[in-house]
Design a protein around this ligand. Structure first.
Ligand code: C5P
Length: 397
């Protein structure tokens, strides 16, 4: 098997020395490594170290008279399957998110169409400066993966966020990037996640045990695969990666409105939210007082968001979820057909390792024609597999 090509861009920060360890570790895995450096980086670490560790020449100068190739930056960009800036300095981050290309490293980065990972490391005040944060937000918008620095005692003696993460963790991020190629680049993915809360009065609501974990896991997988991701999220404690757009909602009606605004431009729609089927007809203006009588609440139906999207579908590939407590296969298949889904993920609440709150799920993948029973797996792994199944369906259309 041919080795995957990883291009490491080393910028001029103190932690440039850690990039040596990274190149050493990656070279021992199934990767071929090339290194490019800024002029400033060579003041911290001589290129020869990287040449020795990568067994390849190191590129620094766009106009190196000794270089036979007049367009090294384009050749390198074509060669790379993944480019990683380690450490990424505030200066280089600012340049690459604004399209500046005034040296070999930034020109190559601009010419790369592969997966781009940025590992910022710098003084904590430089990192927290709004300008740097705005540039990182732009980087995320552009689809670059930002692997955030950690909090620690920095070389400048300040303590705070800005330290390069453990080199082994950067290796893992690169491994992950190859485990999830950019299969959804240029695609829009819309996800509903979490529970809805249906208010009864100013202090009470009706809801369910959904944690949102499965929907968010699908969102993260789609983001890693290069998609533009929107999660319409009911109340949850989860945080999505910064490049993911989260539209927070409380009620089914609010979720419906947000989905109606976003579903037409989506290519893939995954409805993982546990939407309340009914809401109290009247929301009391004041707290409902306890009395000696029983309380009867009259409930009215909520809109079925998935059914609406299924009915109005044009080009979208749609995945619904069905949590059942009995006759899973029959119910899931009937639901898939009724709601005009391409895929329906069915799970049984009573199966060990399945359902709300936990980090694993046991599901059946149901289409209008077939049923596959999948073994227990993490919600993250399942997120990836659901998207892969949807991509396969899209290819067949
Ligand atoms: O019919 P049932 O509620 O079991 O269907 C579950 C699927 O429908 C899930 O994908 C859920 O997100 C979606 N749903 C919805 N709107 C509702 C109820 C369920 O989108 N009001």
């Amino acid at each position: 098997m041919t080795k995957k090509h990883v291009l490491i861009g080393v910028c001029g920060g103190v932690s440039a020395y850690k990039a040596c360890d990274l190149v050493s570790k990656l070279s021992k895995l199934d990767y071929e490594i090339k290194v490019m450096m800024t002029e400033n980086a060579t003041k911290f670490v001589p290129p020869l170290i990287f040449e020795s560790l990568s067994h390849n020449s190191v590129e620094v100068d766009l106009f190196d008279p000794n270089n036979q190739d007049p367009i090294t930056h384009i050749t390198l960009a074509h060669w790379a399957d993944c480019v990683v800036l380690v450490p990424a300095t505030a200066n280089v981050i600012a340049k690459v998110v604004h399209g500046l290309a005034d040296d070999l490293l930034t020109s190559t980065f601009l010419a790369c169409t592969c997966k781009k990972i940025i590992c910022p490391a710098m003084n904590t005040h430089m990192y927290e400066n709004q300008v740097t944060q705005d540039n990182l937000a732009r980087a995320r918008q552009l689809g670059y993966q930002v692997f955030e620095p950690v909090v620690g005692h920095l070389a400048c003696d300040d303590t705070g966020k800005g330290k390069l993460p453990d080199v082994q963790d950067i290796v893992e991020v690169i491994n992950q990037a190859f485990a999830m190629p950019l299969m959804l680049k240029g695609k829009k993915v819309l996800i509903t996640a979490g529970p809805t809360q249906e208010p009864l009065d100013p202090v009470r609501f009706l809801s369910n045990h959904s944690s949102g974990k499965q929907g968010y896991a699908i969102g993260e997988a789609a983001y890693q695969m290069g998609a533009q991701v929107t999660i319409v999220s009911g109340p949850t404690s989860l945080k999505a990666s910064q490049g993911i757009q989260v539209i927070p909602v409380q009620t089914a009606q609010e979720m419906f409105e947000a989905v109606k605004e976003n579903y037409q431009s989506a290519d893939f729609i995954i409805m993982a939210a546990a939407v309340a089927d009914y809401r109290p007809e009247v929301v009391a203006e004041n707290k409902i007082k306890k009395s000696d009588e029983n309380l009867t609440i009259h409930m009215v139906k909520n809109p079925d968001i998935l059914a609406y999207v299924g009915e109005h579908k044009t080009h979208q590939i749609i995945c619904g979820f069905a949590m059942e407590t009995q006759d899973l296969d029959e119910n899931a298949k009937a639901k898939c057909i009724k709601k005009n889904c391409d895929i329906l993920i069915g799970n049984n609440l009573f199966t060990k390792g399945a359902g709300f709150q936990g980090d694993t799920n046991v599901v059946s993948l149901v289409t209008q024609e077939s049923i596959q029973h999948w073994p227990k797996q993490t919600k993250a792994e399942l997120g990836k597999k659901i998207l892969q199944a949807m991509i396969e369906i899209e290819k067949r259309q």
